[in-house]
Design a protein around this ligand. Sequence first.
Ligand code: CP3
Length: 343
Amino acid sequence: MIAGKRLLRVLEGEAVWPPPVWLMRQAGRYLPEYRRLRAEAADFLSFCLTPELAVEATLQPARRFGLDAAILFSDILVLPWALGHTVSFEEGIGPVVCPLRDEEALARLDLARLAEAIEPVEETIRGVRAALAGEVALIGFAGGPFTLACYLVDGRGGEFAYTRRMVREQPALFERLIERLTDAVIPYLVAEAEAGCEVLMLFDSWAGLLPPPLFQRFVIGPAARIAAAVKARLPGVKLIGFPRLAGVMIEGYARRSGVDAVSLDTSFDPRLARTMIPAGIGVQGNLDPFALLAGGAGLRREAQEIARAFKGRLHIFNLGHGVLPQTPPEHVGELVDTLRHCD
Ligand code: CP3
């Protein structure tokens, strides 16, 4: 048995039972204490960039539910903001960014601004570290270059049709955009780890929009460059990749990206993990967020089925995507309790 935090033990190669648990979007509007805190900030971006508030938002779910990890409270679009891009979050819409569709706009993404702009994020991480209970791991994150490109090119969430056209109609421009974003994600993740994050997660939420050859080029390739660069600087840091909706393409991602674990979305059958994901790579997931929303006996049964399906593997329990804002907080407590007593 490896000593230390349960979540880190899994990432170091020990199958821990019952599995450690944390949830994507564990901080957020479903928590009344989050809504109260959120009301103190003028807008979502300044909420993310005010260390005092972001530290508290990070700690709230870990404290309330006794989870095995806290995830830095921030957003994947803080990175483009830190490169000087115009980013805002609008009530009822989500992120809205100035569409980036030509060489001039690409040239304005300014890596020289990054280090100074992300100082509040580093201060938040140091604040969380100082306050966090000994057993709780701290996860930092960045958006995958492809998902960041989706928001930058289209300007907001949706089908990302403009991005998917640019991939084919302006491949050289798109390639340079991905390269530039990859060049930015690397120092951003290194800064998060140096400030105190032990685990880094790459959220490539829209990776599954691409067909296999383009998935290799714009998802696996950049993830591999990021993993190699971060590990060259900080060999001890652990990486989790989340190429959401990748389907069977997750196998190539698990084998070639260099991450320590892959996060599986709701659509992935846990039984397939045995054959598709090498035993040395961790698996995270993958309860349906709607099972958590519904609660009750169904939630307990589905959670146990997933935990048992991954038993003996390097498994971190999580959702297949984020906690839904309408989720009753008690259901999270029920989920954690079910897992702690799972046999
Ligand atoms: O608790 C945590 O998981 C940590 C914080 C976190 C947020 N966003 C906070 C947030 C993390 C890890 C993210 C990642 C993120 N952000 C992703 C990747 C994961 C995924 O969900 O696919 C993406 C695609 C984004 C972009 C983004 N930010 C969207 C699409 C939205 C709008 C959707 C929504 O729920 O409103 C956001 C806003 C956002 N990011 C909120 C939170 C808590 C809600 C805003 C608010 O509280 O007003």
